[in-house]
Ligand binder design. Structure first.
Ligand SMILES: Cc1ncc(COP(=O)(O)O)c(C=O)c1O
Length: 462
């Protein structure tokens, strides 16, 4: 492997980082006496740090993003070729990669038809909220403007995206929030809010109807859900849930927004997470895996019926979607996304994801049989989680320091980077998360599992 790490002294980079970078989600005091980690190079599932140490990345760039793996020269070439030809024009005009990627994307999403480009998952969701709100104004006299979100889900970091966030620790201290966002209960049966119920999926979906009726159906315009909750604990909705959610949305004329920012582009073994459940959303948002982090791009995709509402009355100068995202006009995003999609198809990475995902879950279940600390294993495709508990009977979560100790052990002992729910839910930052690139092999997975096995042993003994 042709890796160049260590050839040059980059101590000045570390000093510059220490002096000037404000790292995401990081308490900086620790850098008083330790260096930040600088990731210098990546190939496949491996990354190298400033000391030349090789790491196995089991979380696709930390936040389930690099779906096709590191070092893809064909994506870099596609982006370069596009940039020297035409790098940017505002999205009120068209571009060649923008139109071509939209056509290819819609080909993977039967029932959907329009693509609105922006730059981040948060922004894609903000667009969805603006669409719901403007429809409320144009069609329902402004009244049907409330948007429901689910406890434990996350939809982004901007103030309004956080207003729709179901994670108390992410939200704390950043309010006041945008009005009109209302929480519905989560659907994690392992921590059932209703004790033991026969049909938890139906019960959890019916809870959404209860909120709609409480708020008044004529005030609720949208419902946003992750197909499989990511940072809130890798929650795969129970059987029957989605069918009932779809029925409820149709019954009360509530637009269903599916946040595919994590699940999108093959992460769960299908192009999109919602496609496991046969549901028909009105709006779908996506970001991370769209270009696997080779360029910034997000999409808000709608049905033609939603789109039509914004062109119905050309005589009204206020009725079209009056939104712009400057960098939504960058061509690097769709150019990278086109090549990213070609790779996913030509290398059958969805097929690999499904197969390796099953293998990953099996191996995690093997660990569960050995380690009392693993209370439940959850996942679909290469999107897996293991919830750690102090007591299997009561399902009491371990303290987050224990979760972090397991993550730290994998990192220190084996240079394996795994994830964990982090500063999300008070008392429930206890799920280990795994989302390797979709090129992962059995031997990569074995290496990750062996590392977690050793880490759990050492942490339990300590
Ligand atoms: C489900 C989900 N939606 C939205 C977002 C926000 O995406 P971004 O960080 O690109 O704004 C995230 C980020 O982790 C996410 O997990």
């Amino acid at each position: 492997m042709n890796v160049h790490v260590g050839e040059n002294d980059i101590s000045h980079v570390i000093e510059a980082d220490k002096a000037h970078i404000w790292h995401h989600l990081t308490q900086h005091k620790k850098f008083d006496d330790q260096d930040p980690l600088i990731i210098v190079e990546g190939r496949g599932l491996r990354v190298w740090n400033q000391a030349g140490r090789e790491h196995l990345d089991a979380v696709s760039g930390g936040v389930w993003t690099v779906n096709v793996g590191y070092g893809r020269e064909t994506i870099a070439d596609a982006v370069r070729d596009q940039l020297v030809k035409m790098n940017f024009f505002a999205g009120s005009m068209g571009t060649i990669p923008g139109a071509r990627f939209a056509e290819r994307l819609i080909g993977k999403m039967p029932g959907m038809s329009r693509v609105y480009y922006s730059n981040s998952g948060s922004e894609a969701n903000e667009k969805a909220y603006k669409i719901v709100r403007q429809i409320a104004h144009n069609k329902y006299g402004g009244k049907k403007n409330k948007i429901l979100y689910r406890a434990r889900d996350y939809h982004g970091t901007t103030i309004t995206a956080l207003s729709s966030g179901g994670q108390d620790e992410r939200k704390a201290q950043y309010g006041p929030y945008t009005p009109g966002f209302i929480e519905v209960p989560h659907c994690l049966e392992y921590h059932s809010q209703w004790g033991e119920v026969d049909d938890y999926g139906l019960r959890a979906a019916n809870a959404i109807e209860e909120v709609i009726l409480r708020e008044g159906a004529d005030t609720v315009g949208g419902l946003i859900l992750e197909p499989i909750t990511a940072g809130g604990g890798v929650i795969v909705p129970p059987a029957g849930y989605w069918e009932r959610v779809q029925e409820i949305c149709q019954k009360y004329d509530v637009l269903l927004i599916i946040d595919e920012v994590v699940c999108g582009m093959g992460r769960t073994g299908k192009w999109f997470g919602y496609q496991h459940y046969g549901i028909e959303p009105d709006i779908v948002t996506m970001a991370k895996g769209v270009a696997s982090g080779y360029a910034a791009i997000s999409c808000t995709v709608t049905t033609e019926a939603v789109f039509d509402m914004f062109k119905a009355d050309p005589a009204d100068p206020m009725s079209y979607f009056r939104d712009i995202s400057t960098f939504g006009g960058c061509t690097a995003g769709p150019a990278a996304a086109l090549e990213n999609m070609r790779i996913l198809e030509d290398e059958d990475l969805l097929g690999n994801c499904e197969k390796m995902g099953d293998y990953f879950v099996e191996q995690l279940e093997g660990l569960q049989a050995k380690h009392a600390m693993i209370g439940q294993v959850r996942g679909k495709g290469l999107f897996c989680g293991a919830e750690l508990v102090a007591d299997r009977e009561s399902r009491e979560p371990v303290h987050e320091s224990v979760t972090q100790a397991v993550v730290g052990e994998c990192f220190k002992a084996d240079a394996v980077v795994i994830g964990a729910t982090n500063r999300s839910l008070a008392g429930f930052n206890n799920t280990l998360t795994f989302s390797p690139a979709l090129i992962a092999t059995k031997s990569d997975i074995d290496e990750i599992i062996a590392s977690v096995d050793g880490a759990l042993k050492r942490v339990a003994a300590a």
